[in-house]
Write a protein that binds this ligand. Sequence first.
Ligand SMILES: Cc1cc2nc3c(=O)[nH]c(=O)nc-3n(C[C@H](O)[C@H](O)[C@H](O)COP(=O)(O)OP(=O)(O)OC[C@H]3O[C@@H](n4cnc5c(N)ncnc54)[C@H](O)[C@@H]3O)c2cc1C
Length: 465
Amino acid sequence: MKGKIGLFWLKDDFRFTRNLALSEATKNHSSVVVFYLYKKKKFKNQEAQKWWLSESLKNFRIKLNKHNISLQIISTDSYKFFFDKLLSKNNYSIYWNKTYEPDYIKFDQYLSKKLNEKKVHFKIFKGNVLNEYTEVKKGDGSSFKVFTPFWRVAEKFYSEKIPSKETKVIKCKKKINFFKDTITENKILPKKNWYGKFSNFWYPSEENALKELRSFIKNRIFDYSDSRNFPNILGTSKLSPYIKHGQIHVETIWEECNKIKNSSVSKFLTEIGWREFNHSLINSFPHMIKSNYSKKFDKFPWEKNDKFFKAWKKGLTGYPIVDAGMRELSSTGWMHNRVRMIVGSFLVKHLLINWTEGEKYFRNCLLDYNQANNVSGWQWVAGSGADAAPYFRIFNPILQGEKFDKSGQYVKKWVPELKNVPNKFLHKPWDLNDEKILKIGKVYPMPIVVHEKARVKALQAFKKI
Ligand SMILES: Cc1cc2nc3c(=O)[nH]c(=O)nc-3n(C[C@H](O)[C@H](O)[C@H](O)COP(=O)(O)OP(=O)(O)OC[C@H]3O[C@@H](n4cnc5c(N)ncnc54)[C@H](O)[C@@H]3O)c2cc1C
């Protein structure tokens, strides 16, 4: 039986469009309360996202207020503790959208059982994916391990389904509160104001996500397959933080793009397909979240080198394209995909530092951090993943720079020490030999490792497994 009050458990669903659970709550109840459970411990390693979350909550509250719906934020480090307490009452119904991480899926099972026992009305809806990962399987019922056959099935499966209906959030009659012990969104912000620059680049709201999507479709999507690899031009959608936090649903992106028949548009949708694939991977093979998907990498002779790791994090490796990427990340909370691959490869192959360290650092700094994409992205780079780049294919950071940042615009933007270096030397400034232009080793570091030597060492390490 439905309770008097409708509760919506808000996670990464900061939108009204295609928010199945929120719409259902407002359809069924004249009073709805939206609640967000803030896990302080979890966000200890997700500093950048505290900013996005705080802004998202602020902007979403304004929208909800206009619909007579209150937003309550509760700080708890245990969902179990929170819900066990909530279950002492049953004067409500509860709704939420799925989050596709194994811990959340497991918790959904626990909570469903408890709510059933207490006879509390509840409903769980599909979250921010095109397909449920349980729907896209091989003929024998097992999960895909390779992207291309996965996407062939997934794309067809989604296209043949009736798209979920546009949903509406209905204005409630009366605004009420339900929880005590709440906190404000400002309490979530990181203590140090290192996120200060983020607001120059991002505005976390549903309206802005839609605006960004439309601008991408109007101005850039037709060049996407050519320009997506070049970090010095705005060639990609930059929608990832909005997708992660659910300011936009991937079905909306699909609908808007799929109307256009063009190979560049298909390429873009294939990237959305990689996100689907990664969600399927981490839920089908959850061991890969914390350890190597491919077990043979458990024996890889990783090295621990704090000096190298620090230089990498600070963008002081002496390889301009790597340093530009790491500085873009700390200044904007985002990094171009091509450069993510270059800096990732540099960490695991040139410095022989375990991919798990890179994964953790990205988790802390990325505004778009999501478990599926980050873990899979890192295992792809390391060669330990399901459908990964082979370990022996080692990116040469000089050639990568010369190929993908030929004009040097990207490097000069993020590594201003090199702004006067002629293009010929920009990706290998140590060869310049002109102290008047650049005091190498003083103004900008000498490379912390020599590419050729590091490459040979990495290949020897790989042979051991
Ligand atoms: C080491 C490493 C770590 C990564 N960590 C993350 C992460 O934590 N969160 C994250 O969203 N992406 C991650 N990626 C994937 C990718 O770099 C970003 O999704 C992309 O750069 C986001 O920019 P965009 O929105 O402009 O992408 P676009 O090129 O415009 O693509 C549109 C959307 O498709 C999805 N997408 C694009 N490329 C990929 C990809 N290679 N794998 C999976 N999905 C993709 C994203 O949702 C993206 O927003 C990682 C990649 C690497 C190599």
